[in-house]
Design a protein around this ligand. Structure first.
Ligand code: DGJ
Length: 728
């Protein structure tokens, strides 16, 4: 039984294949407390870990020490009130303006499968493969019920959590915080890991000692953001890539978030994850509910690599729909010609693509209305017949004759003040009444909280997709939400606008993938500004960063791989010198760095040398042969250039362990370094593997312990791909 309740001990038990999660009820009041999360443990004695033998007892036993109970108790879902001074998940303002809330266990049920979350992306699993626990806690004064939902899966060591808050009282209430999960842990000399960055520098790993007080990653930009990531991990200070305890929490959401860890006065840790409370409020009339988005918890005692492989399996198997395998190799027009193209130029790109074995041409920004720079036309999704006479249909047909498919770019959430849509419906833009709208990239954000705005956007997208043989859509989003205000909401409910925007976005993308299931959707947000599990529910791949320069990409992809599988990451061979950082790198190395992801080119093929062009068929063949191992197998980060400042190596092993690939890049050569022996990982110890290029045969143990030899080379930006295949 993966989920059980022991009524004698009053303990809930969740089991994944290799982890256990325990909660228990305390006192005659039935407080719900966290007991344990970690490697699987037998069913004995752990209820004592709720530590009720320690003072203070629950208030029912020692009423005079109520406050100190609240100050220390490891609440499973902490609310503000009673003396809980650490970050609460729930804050409620009642009809009288009071701000206290106290939750007590009321009931529970265990269900086969996993119920969907209304309007939100969420993990899925069949009734045979997963089961769920719903615990209901009640604030008897407010009549407020909190439905805590947990799901465990048979095949992966992840636990999903979400919360629904229901006003079962007779008066309205305001939620001013409704986070999705809290995790209470004893500090085990933890480091905190978050991802930070900026445009073109997304997802850099930041690891630091967990200090007393609150440390957080967050977004208030209306998108999950380039700057921080909806994720945190706590790992033992001694944890390495393959050893030590790690807890990871990921948030299946694409808007404002708070990921926070607090080390408190008792050397205990509370980690919380959810929609950021700043600027958030939600009004609940009696009988109404608020559904908070889902979190995914992973616990690994095999280091950061173990955590990553679990997240990869989980997202591939239980979150990302529409796998669209194999992904097409594409040529994107953006860094090839930006806005400067017409039908003939695109057809020329198509011809070059066809000659080089590239399957798809993506017409990026600039094909619609009179858009030839970023200042205009967003919202008017009709083809620019001056640039493309005969429209996308003619282009698609002519490309098809060459054997190349057509993909297009759109930015459906936006509106340019210089657009027919804005002239007809200025109110469709989100602006704050009485204030000048805040432009960013010369554009405004459409108010997706409104049904008529979503309908207008969807009808335009559908008309474009129906007009031509389009097989791929890149959905871009190029600015944060700033003037967050919806004319559809009364003044006292404007705190709902940012979340309602995200719900509107999800509804739009759901309609899109339901109506056009064969179109491969790629999300993008000026690169990786919204690379999160929420968006991955709709699009199986996301454009990782506008920085496709190979060396910077090593760092970005390292951060990405902490949580997401390579099959989720758009990775293109870009122009050189890099348009983003000016660096000059060999064409071969740019190909190798892109190989593990969803591969493509984003440059003017006509400007390549004969030698570079000659490499393209080889790169595509390598991609076809080895990317599936990265996309579907187990990945290992063998060496981090970010850490060692010299070389980087990632490895993937197929699930049946018959094929392994090592992708090595020497970024910066070191004088007198001699050769390098890189211990491999993930192979079957007693199986013999042959290195395909050299024919050298060794056991898995031999490769893992002895290492793979890289000769000392005096070359910067050198790359090598090594494949090992099972011999017997
Ligand atoms: C930002 C994206 O990240 C780029 O790849 C490109 O599509 C531009 N927008 C187009 O405006």
């Amino acid at each position: 039984m993966p989920i059980s309740y022991n009524s004698d001990l009053r303990v809930f038990r969740l089991d994944t294949p290799r982890t256990t999660y325990l909660m228990g009820l305390a006192g005659k009041e039935n407080f719900l407390g966290h007991i344990y999360y970690g490697p699987s443990v037998p069913n004995d004695g752990l209820c004592e870990l709720l530590r009720l033998d320690e003072r203070p007892f629950t208030p029912g036993e020692v009423p005079g020490e109520r406050a100190s109970f609240y100050d220390a108790f490891p609440f499973e879902y902490p609310a503000w009130g009673g003396g809980n001074f650490r970050e609460p998940c729930l804050r409620v303002i009642d009809a009288m303006g009071g701000g206290n809330c106290e939750l007590f266990y009321e009931s529970h049920r265990i269900l086969p499968g996993k119920p969907p979350l209304e309007g939100l992306p969420a993990a899925f699993g069949t009734e045979d493969a997963c089961s769920s626990l719903e615990i209901v806690c009640l604030d008897p004064v407010l009549g407020l019920r909190v439905h805590l939902l947990y799901t465990v899966f048979d095949d992966v060591d992840a636990i999903c959590r979400s919360v629904r808050i229901e006003n079962g009282g007779t008066a309205p209430v305001e939620l001013s915080a409704a986070l999705s999960a809290s995790l209470e842990l004893d500090n085990r000399d933890f480091d905190l890991i978050t991802l930070h960055g900026s445009w073109a520098r997304e997802m850099e790993i930041d690891r630091r000692t967990l200090a007393f007080g609150k440390q957080e990653a967050f977004s208030l930009r209306g998108i999950s953001s380039h700057q921080y990531h909806p994720f945190l991990a706590l790992c033992e200070h001694s944890a390495t890539q393959e050893q030590g305890s790690v807890y990871g929490i990921s948030f299946v959401y694409s808007g404002n978030f708070l990921a926070q860890a607090e080390l408190d006065q008792f050397n205990k840790v509370r980690a919380v994850m959810g929609i950021h409370p700043d600027g958030f409020s939600w009004h609940l009339e009696p009988g109404e509910s608020f559904q908070a988005p889902e979190t995914v918890l992973v616990c690994s005692n095999q280091g950061l690599g173990g955590m990553s492989r679990t997240f990869h399996d989980f997202f591939r198997g239980h979150l990302i729909r529409g796998q669209h395998q194999p992904r097409p190799v594409l040529l994107n027009s953006w860094e090839a010609c930006y806005f400067d193209f017409d039908h003939d130029r695109l057809l020329e790109l198509g011809r070059e693509a066809a000659q080089n074995g590239i399957e798809l041409l993506v017409v990026d920004d600039g094909w619609f209305s009179h858009r030839s720079d970023p200042t205009t036309s967003l919202g008017d999704w009709t083809v620019n017949e001056e640039k493309l006479p005969g429209g996308l249909k003619r282009l698609g047909d002519e490309l098809a004759a060459l054997g190349v498919k057509l993909g297009i770019w759109m930015e459906p959430e936006m509106i340019s003040p210089d657009s027919d849509l804005y002239r007809a419906h200025p109110d469709y833009a989100m602006t704050i009444p009485g204030r000048a709208p805040t432009l960013a990239r010369d554009q405004l954000v459409l108010d997706l909280t409104r049904q008529e705005v979503r309908d207008c956007v969807f009808e335009q997208i559908a008309a474009v997709l129906n007009s031509a043989p389009i097989t791929y859509l890149k959905w871009d989003m190029n600015r944060p939400l700033i003037d967050v205000y919806s004319t559809s909401l009364p003044p006292q409910r404007q705190g709902e606008a940012a979340h309602r925007y995200v719900l509107g976005l999800y509804e739009l993308q759901e309609r899109l993938v339901s109506k056009f299931p064969d179109v491969l959707l790629e999300n993008c947000c000026s690169g990786g500004g919204r690379f999160d599990p929420g968006m991955l529910y709709y699009s199986p791949q996301i454009w990782t960063s506008d920085n496709a320069e190979a060396i910077d990409r090593l760092v970005i992809q390292e951060g990405m791989s902490l949580i997401y599988p390579y099959s989720a990451t758009g990775a293109h061979v870009a122009a050189c010198p890099s348009h983003v950082n000016g660096r000059v790198t060999p064409f071969a190395t740019r190909g190798r760095v892109s190989l593990p992801g969803c591969f493509g080119y984003e440059l003017d093929l006509g400007k390549l040398s004969e030698e570079e062009l000659a490499l393209i068929p080889q790169q595509i063949q390598e991609y076809r042969q080895y990317a599936p191992v990265f996309h579907n197998g187990d990945c290992y980060r063998l060496a981090s250039y970010r850490e060692n400042h010299s070389y980087d190596a990632v490895m993937a092993v197929s699930k049946d362990k018959s094929l392994a690939v090592v992708n090595f890049v020497q970024v910066c050569s070191r004088a007198y370094r001699r050769s390098l022996r890189l211990p491999l990982a993930g192979l079957a110890k007693n199986v013999r593997y042959r290195e395909r290029e050299t024919g050298v045969i060794r056991s898995g143990a031999g490769w893992m312990e002895g290492g793979l030899l890289f000769e000392a080379l005096q070359a910067d930006f050198y790359s090598k791909l090594v494949a090992l295949e099972q011999v017997d």
